[in-house]
Design a protein around this ligand. Structure first.
Ligand code: KMH
Ligand code: ZN
Length: 308
């Protein structure tokens, strides 16, 4: 079994600032949080940017540049940049980071889903910034669009920039979308799958759902042709991580996906969530991969070939 690759998702479009005071907001905070997560054991950090003044999701290359250069100056961690962005962005805006920065990895969302965040309105009554309430309300009518045309565009730019796609699989149909791209020769194994489980609008985070996704992926692609990791959004994070550690998969945790370290207790940092996974891996007898070991496992081009 490969060593365990831990990814830390530092701050994301689905996590609005009012949910947790510990969410990194400015480029400096995001970079520092990523560096601490790497020190705690993350081999990869997944990066979104925010407008420093109010935390609104940003596609501004200057915000990304500041984050990426600050992380690279202090850490050897693998940087995986989002192309998922947020609900307000076109696919071209979301993916502009790939040609601009030529990162080692980027996210590649494998299908369209409802991506609903409005259930947070049941308990969240006070907001730090004016945009947050409308953002949650609007998500009730939001389709996260990732069409076959979008896939073609992302395939072109990831290949042109030697950026390894982290294939975000939110539901079983997304495996079939990917299988279609493989059959057309547009996507070439070895593939790296990231099962995103627990978004309202897609598959839930139950043990049988993860078993089904991993089994289906083996049937479609062959066990030797892919690596996989799991994101348990919200409450499912630690349970699904435990399953993945045991099954030979990899794990992503972080404040983008889950803000709690225990029942009702907010995580104070991304590093705290990573530390919990490192402890779990130790208890289950699985060694944790360093960034360079993750590069070997995933076949990445290396930090000397990025553009930042
Ligand atoms: N926020 C996660 C549920 C992306 O950035 O492209 C999914 C995600 C997608 O991380
Ligand atoms: Zn993301």
């Amino acid at each position: 079994m490969d060593k365990l690759i831990i990814t830390a998702a530092i701050t994301g479009a689905a996590t609005i600032p009012s949910l947790s005071p510990y969410l990194p907001m400015t480029p400096e905070e995001i970079a520092n949080s990523a560096i601490e997560a790497a020190q705690a054991g993350a081999a990869i950090v997944h990066i979104h940017a925010r407008r420093p003044e109010d935390g609104f999701p940003s596609s501004n290359p200057d915000h990304f540049r500041e984050i990426l250069t600050k992380i690279k100056a202090k850490s050897n961690v693998v940087i995986c940049v989002t192309t998922g962005g947020s609900a307000m962005m076109t696919v071209e805006e979301r993916a502009a980071v790939v040609p601009a920065f030529k990162p080692e990895m980027c996210s590649f969302n494998m299908g369209s889903i409802n991506f609903a965040l409005h259930s947070a309105l049941r308990y969240l009554k006070e907001f730090k910034y004016p945009w947050e309430k409308a953002y949650l309300e609007m998500s009730k009518d939001f389709v996260f669009k990732n069409t076959f045309k979008d896939f073609d565009y992302l395939c072109e730019i990831t290949q042109a920039n030697q950026t390894k796609p982290e294939l975000e699989i939110y539901d079983v149909g997304h495996l079939y979308n990917l299988d279609h791209l493989v059959s057309e020769g547009k996507m070439k194994p070895p593939l790296h799958l990231q099962f995103v489980m627990g978004v309202l609008g897609a598959i839930r985070g139950t043990p049988e759902d993860l078993t089904y996704l991993t089994t289906k992926a083996q049937v479609l692609f062959g066990a030797d042709n892919f690596t996989w990791s799991v994101i348990g959004v919200g409450a499912a994070e630690i349970n699904l991580s435990t399953m993945a550690i045991h099954m030979g998969g990899h794990v992503r945790v972080g404040l983008e996906d889950n803000i709690y370290i225990g029942k009702g207790k907010l995580a104070k940092s991304n590093a705290e969530l990573v530390e919990k996974i490192v402890k779990l891996a130790g208890m289950l007898g699985r060694e944790v991969a360093s960034p360079n070991e993750a590069r070997t496992i995933l076949g990445l081009k290396g930090p000397d070939k990025v553009n930042f």
